[in-house]
Design a protein around this ligand. Sequence first.
Ligand code: GAR
Length: 200
Amino acid sequence: MLRVGVLVSGGGTNLQAIFDGIDNGVIRGARVEVVISNNAGAYALERAKAHGVDALCISPKEYESRDLFHQALLARLDEYKLDLIVLAGFLVTIPAEMIRRYPNRIINIHPSLLPSFCGVGYYGLKVHEGALRRGVKVTGATVHFVDEGVDSGPILLQKAVEVKPGDTPKLLQQRVMEEAEWVILPKAIDMIANGEILLG
Ligand code: GAR
């Protein structure tokens, strides 16, 4: 059984897609051991509790320095002896030490077709604002391994989504989630759990 930890910051619809994937057999051989948020008010924590999964908040606000926050986060993750860490809308920069400790064992979902609309400042709705501003006709989502850069690690899965006339950032965000993110994130976890994507 692949031991998975999920890091979240907000609503947690991607977390929900993981839970649903495990429940309906789209994800085989994986279990979510813990969900950690940097934000105590994240609805994702409620989703985890409703699923009987440990739901923890580790907020940088509670630590005197970024370094102490990072140490606390790493210590917690290590306790759960995880095989895979999934960033599902986790909007905090990952400490370099964590990437060294979990090489090719951290994956992220990004709401565009990398390498478009990524890097510093491109997260959440801002990604879709950028896509609409540029006038692309196709966007999508990407699952990739996390390395020390921003959105720069090896790409695992991508799925394209059509941009439609009259789209707003929110409409586009919803379509990208429904048609791409909630499909490829569970699929990537299943492929990892079943040896179809090899971990480092
Ligand atoms: C998702 O769209 C995810 O792709 C994005 O944040 C949203 C979280 O939604 N992540 C990034 O932008 C990372 N750069 P959720 O909490 O409902 O899953």
